[in-house]
Design a protein. Structure first.
Lengths: 263, 221
């Protein structure tokens, strides 16, 4: 029953629900992402965007439904019973996805190169020299070749976030998850980070991102998902979803409020 | 004022103080080293354990923190050997006591440090696929160390001073040496002035060294 399909989705989220106590944050969310797609999730705060993203690499568990990457269930063991994977298995599964965080979350005691090398040496089992050259490759790719030996505290927000991206992609993940990666940045630093994301998209990196950068979402996404109240309210190509004449009341209200406050 | 300071007798017996200082340092270093092991193990255990283990560790910490060290020293040196069939020297007994004592204080320091590690860093460690053990070694402990170094320095200095209590069971450390000279020369002012200066200088040197380490950890390489 797994992946005999001819064109299986790389990421298959099926009827995922989750609640914190009595508050339902995800209501039967389903979403398929094909290889090479860039899917952007938008929606008002509290709509479950970030929670959904964190379920994909099992930083958060969920109550029902399933999330599969390449046909393999992420957080739970294969087979009937819903049994959480061992921590070791979870770690191995998480290595298949990369994540970039709103607050960068670089390891403060490691240099830019050191941040990238940690996963390469400890998880991928690469030698120090190899890991170093991979990290230098990715640092130059994000325009920070000269900052390899700088500590995070010596970097600007935009530079830290670019290291965060390099750290995630250096692991060669199947999917890159981007969680509001420009929200903590000063406006003048947003551009340099989005440029990196755009170039990754051009390389064919599969990405799922949560963002409030509507112009970027419109230009860079294959599809846009609009979430409201923990559910997928609209999904489609950017032109359709962001069209002003949409009949989806919620979406129209969101876009109207968004245009009012951002333009 | 009929009292004139005369340090000659102090210098004549200075080996008692110098030897005492070296023993004080030795007691402190060994006890703190054992205390660090106790503290680290229990702190790591505490933050990942269930309610029962937490309660037991908390009870140990509270017991130690609410009983004067001098009483613990008496209990271990005079009390314990009468209950269980054990024989140990006074220095060994004191190291045992101070280790358990410093362990309790260090559990608290390490535990609060571990809990202060930002969750985002742990998430980042998970996201790149590190196992729990790898996250502990490569993410949590290094950050914890940076957070706790100032508190750690203070605890170390304070534990060094606590070695003076070993004098009550006749361990010939610095304070005991001072008492010996006092009993034998009656130069009480001089001997305690010199002893105070020795504690002060040693404490300052330790603090200075630890601050250097702190700065090294913080500053860029």
């Amino acid at each position: 029953m797994a992946s005999s399909n001819d064109n299986p989705a790389l990421l298959d989220i099926a009827e995922v629900s989750k609640s914190f106590g009595s508050v339902s944050v995800l209501r039967s969310v389903s979403l398929q992402v094909a290889k090479g797609e860039v899917v952007t999730i938008i929606g008002p705060s509290g709509s479950g965007k970030t929670t959904l993203l964190r379920c994909v690499n099992f930083l958060e568990s969920y109550d029902s439904g399933s999330i599969r990457i390449d046909g393999k269930e992420v957080g739970f063991r294969d087979g009937g019973a819903r049994q959480r994977r061992s921590e070791r298995d979870l770690a191995a599964m998480r290595a298949e996805t990369g994540m970039v965080f709103q607050s960068f979350n670089l390891f403060p005691h490691l240099t830019a190169a050191g941040n990238i090398m940690l996963g390469l040496t400890k998880v991928r089992g690469k030698s120090k020299t190899e890991a170093r050259s991979i990290s230098e490759h990715w640092l130059s790719r994000v325009g920070l070749a000269h900052k390899a030996d700088s500590l995070p505290a010596e970097l600007s927000g935009g530079q830290q976030q670019r290291v965060g991206i390099a750290r995630a992609v250096a692991m060669e993940p199947k999917i890159l998850l981007l969680d509001e990666i420009t929200s903590a940045l000063d406006p003048e630093l947003v551009g340099e980070v989005l440029a990196v994301v755009r170039s990754l998209a051009e390389d064919g990196m599969t990405m799922v991102m949560v963002t409030h950068e509507m112009a970027f979402a419109r230009d860079a996404s294959s599809r846009i998902v609009f979430m409201a109240d923990g559910g997928v309210s609209a999904v489609g190509p950017p032109k359709e979803v962001l069209a002003a004449e949409t009949t989806n009341e919620r979406l129209r209200a969101f876009l109207a409020r968004f245009r009012a406050s951002h333009f | 004022m009929g009292y004139t300071l005369n340090f000659n007798l102090i210098w004549r017996h200075f080996d008692k103080l110098w030897g005492g200082l070296l023993l004080s340092l030795e007691l402190a270093v060994i006890s703190i080293a054992i205390g660090i092991v106790i503290g680290l193990v229990l702190a790591v255990w505490y933050v990942s354990a269930g309610r029962v283990v937490r309660a037991i560790i908390a009870a140990y910490v509270e017991f130690i923190r609410n009983v004067p060290l001098i009483l613990l020293v008496y209990l271990v040196f005079y009390g314990l050997p009468t209950v269980v069939d054990l024989a140990y020297s006074a220095p060994t007994s004191f190291v045992l006591t101070l280790s358990v004592y410093s362990g309790a204080y260090l559990v608290e320091v390490f535990r609060s440090g571990l809990e202060a590690v930002p969750r985002g860093q742990l998430d980042a460690g998970k996201a790149i696929g590190l196992t729990p053990w790898q996250r502990l070694i490569h993410v949590r402990l290094p950050t914890m160390l940076r957070i706790t170094l100032p508190a750690l320095s203070n605890t170390f200095i304070s534990l060094f001073k606590d070695t003076s209590i070993a004098s009550v069971i006749s361990v010939p450390e610095l304070t005991y040496g001072a008492q010996w000279i006092n009993f034998n020369t009656f130069r009480i002012v001089e001997v305690y002035l010199v002893t105070t200066a020795m504690y002060l200088l040693t404490g300052y040197t330790l603090l200075f060294a630890l601050r250097l380490v702190e700065r090294r950890f913080r500053a860029a390489r």
